[in-house]
Every structure is written in C-alpha cells, then in structure tokens.
Write a protein that binds this ligand. Structure first.
Ligand code: PSV
Ligand code: MN
Length: 400
C-alpha cells in the first residue's frame, strides 16, 4: 500500500469530517484478549482432530498468544481456563507471560467437564456437588489473585433437557447463592463477568439463558458484577448490538467473548460470517463513548474485548491472527462513522439518511489506514504474511 493510497484515504475522510488523528489514537488503544483454549486442540461436537502443531501446555499457549501480540500489537493478555490450564505454580506462569511481553487476563472456571456435573454444577440438586462447584469458583478467584487478573469470567453449562427434570426456581436460588459467595471473595479491584447462553448443553432450559438473567444477577450481587456478551450465545436474528447498547446504558457491560456463528454457538473466526454485526456493535460502543454521563464513558473504557474461539479444523495461529485483524478492521470502520451526521439525520427523522450515515462507513476500505498505523508502530504491514514467513511458524511446525 503506497503513501498515495493513504493520502487519498485521508483526503476523503477529511472531506467527510473525520479526523484521522483521533481515529488512529483510538485504534492504538484497542486491546483484544486471546483465549488460551484457542491455541490448544478443541473439537466439533463429534470429534477432536489432533493437530500436532497445537500448543500442549499453558506455557506454550501463552507463547503462541505472545506471538500473535508481537505480530499485531493488539493482544497484550491471554485468558486462562481452569482446569485446562491447571499448573503447579501460577506465579511462575505469570512470570512466563510477563517475560513474553503479555499478561494473564480473565480466569475462566470450568464447571462443565466432570461427570458429577452432568445434572448441573452450582445448580445441582445435590448440595455436595454445589459445594464442590462453588469451591472451584473460589479457587479461581485465588488463582486470579496470583496471576494478577482483574476479571473472573463465569459461564455455566447448567440446565435441563426435559420439562420437570429440575426445579427451575430452586436452581435460580442456588445460582445466586454460589455467586454471592464467590462475589464476597473478590478483591475491590476485581470484577465478576457473568456470561449467558440460551441453550446447549441443556436443550430444554438453561439456568443462565439470556442477558436479562445475567443483568439481574449482576444487579443483585453488586457493582463489581457485570454482564459478558458472547456474540455466539443468542437465538438466530437477535439484535446483539441492541443488548450491548442497553447494557452500556445501565453501566453493566463488562466485556465480550467475540466469535462468529452461522447456526448455533459455532465459535468461528470473528467476522467470518457477519462482519456487519461486529461493526454495528462497535458503532453502539463508540456512540456511547461520547455520552455526557461519565459513568457510561467509564463503562465503555473498561469493556474487555476477549476472543472466545475453539478452532476445530483450522490452524490455530492463523485463525487467531485472522480474528484479531477482523476485529481491528471492523473497529476502524466504525470509527469512520460521522456520529454528528447520524444525530442530525435522527433529529430530522430522516430514516434513510441516518442509515446511510452509519452504513457508508462500513463500505470504506480501511487497509491504507491500518497499514500506515502498523508502519508507525513498527509492525509488519501484513501480520498474517509476516507470520507465515517468520521463524515462529517453523517452530510451531516442528511441534509434536
Ligand atoms: C461456552 O460455550 C463458552 O462460550 C464459555 O465462555 C466457555 O468458558 C468457553 O465457551 C470455552 O468453552
Ligand atoms: Mn464464551
């Protein structure tokens, strides 16, 4: 991409009233957290295909994550899943991350793998199983303290398959009980992010099925509890950006698990299926970042953008890089929306004028902008190509 392409782009944006210095500053502030589990072997619902090049230990997963950060400049932290990333010294793991130039991000307890949890973890009718599940949540809070993590990110597979199988209201109370105990263990700097999902593995009811339930719980628990929106966890056609705007306005949006889906919770590469949805989510966030209310601006500033992907057939490194770059691209496009123009059209009640003011930003090619930004940051213009031809890809290839 030539300087000429950037100069043309800049000229066009200036004519639209967009200050590229502001856009560039905001792009430099974007941080995307990588999931450790995105670098290990994970599968479809039917099979885990072993990929010799996948990372095997939490240490290797952090190394992969650090390489994605080195190439893109966008991913200064990686989330852990416990017990997938269980290790005998979390301090050592933290130091390893730091030596690689990244930090450890959210701690994700895992309450969906052990046989005892077949009929529920924190909402199991058996008090001993609920105790075990709550103890695991408390263990994860302790791990978060050791790893220097701000967020503990909760998702429960708890639900039922048949009407009458469980006492829905009792399970609701047990969920609150477990989360209340966990919440009390947080330090004042920590946050509890509550993730919902409307179905799967439960096919009849899920205890924490939607944003309303997560929001209600967060409200009951206190200000350190917030909602986590996993973009793949909604019914087809759900207006996710509306949920995002609503939660920001209530100062209760803590973060995202970004991925993409076609049918259900497919965990595909971000932006692979519906990049416009991601753009519209960023539109709501950027719009809220200009709100007069400082509490709303603070909510926006603290949103954790995390990927949640489990690549089943694709090479992990390239998949992670693709996702990260797709997030950056849609964020860049959303920053090109002239929000004053949208507001003016809204005031005039000009339906198509408002729609065009939003959509037109999506139609720009932001490659000249992103390449020039990477150049300024000393990064490769094309991180994917740099990865494919770099030494780390050879190291990954020699694994197994
Ligand atoms: C569940 O589908 C989920 O989205 C939760 O965030 C889990 O922690 C993650 O996937 C990994 O399985
Ligand atoms: Mn998730």
């Amino acid at each position: 991409m030539s300087d000429k392409a950037y100069a043309l782009f800049e000229e066009r944006q200036q004519a639209r009233g967009i200050d590229l210095n502001v856009v560039r500053t905001r792009l430099k502030m974007l941080k995307i957290e990588l999931p450790s589990w995105g670098f290990g072997d994970s599968g479809t619902r039917f099979k885990v295909f072993r990929n010799k090049q996948s990372a095997n230990t939490p240490y290797e997963k952090l190394e992969d994550a650090a390489e994605v950060h080195r190439l893109t400049g966008l991913c200064p932290s990686a989330a852990l899943n416990i017990p997938w990333d269980k290790t005998d010294s979390y301090e050592r793991l933290r130091l390893h991350a730091e030596s690689l130039g990244i930090g450890i991000g959210a701690i994700n307890p895992n309450l969906f793998q052990e046989d005892e949890y077949m009929l529920g973890s924190v909402t199991n009718a058996d008090a001993a199983i609920r105790r075990k599940a709550t103890d695991h949540l408390l263990e994860c809070v302790e791990i978060a303290k050791l790893t220097g993590s701000r967020d503990i990110s909760l998702w429960f597979a708890d639900g039922t398959n048949y009407p009458g199988q469980g006492d829905i209201r009792a399970r609701k109370a047990w969920m609150l009980e477990a989360l209340t105990e966990t919440y009390k263990a947080l330090t004042p700097e920590m946050r509890m992010l509550i993730e919902y999902k409307f179905f799967e593995p439960g096919f009849y009811h899920t205890d924490l099925a939607d944003w309303g339930m997560a929001f209600n719980l967060a409200n009951k628990l206190g200000l350190q509890a917030e909602v986590l929106v996993d973009t793949g966890h909604h019914a087809q056609g759900t207006n996710v950006e509306h949920i995002v705007a609503y939660l920001i306005d209530e100062c209760r949006l803590g973060g995202f698990h970004l991925n993409n889906r076609k049918y259900a919770d497919d965990d595909l590469i971000v932006g692979a299926i519906n990049p416009y949805e991601l753009f519209l989510i960023f539109y709501q966030i950027i719009d809220a970042s200009r709100d007069a209310d400082p509490a709303i601006r603070e909510t926006v500033d603290n949103i954790a953008y995390m990927l949640d992907q489990s690549h089943s057939i694709e090479p992990k490194m390239e998949a992670a890089i693709r996702s990260v770059l797709n997030v950056q691209t849609q964020y860049a496009k959303a920053l090109l929306i002239n929000l004053d123009e949208v507001r003016d059209a809204q005031r005039r009640q000009d339906v198509l004028g408002a729609e065009a003011a939003v959509r037109s930003a999506f139609e720009f090619d932001v490659a000249p902008l992103l390449e020039s930004l990477r150049e300024e940051q000393g990064l490769a213009k094309d991180p994917m190509e740099a990865y494919k031809h770099g030494s780390y890809a050879k190291r990954v290839a020699s694994r197994g």
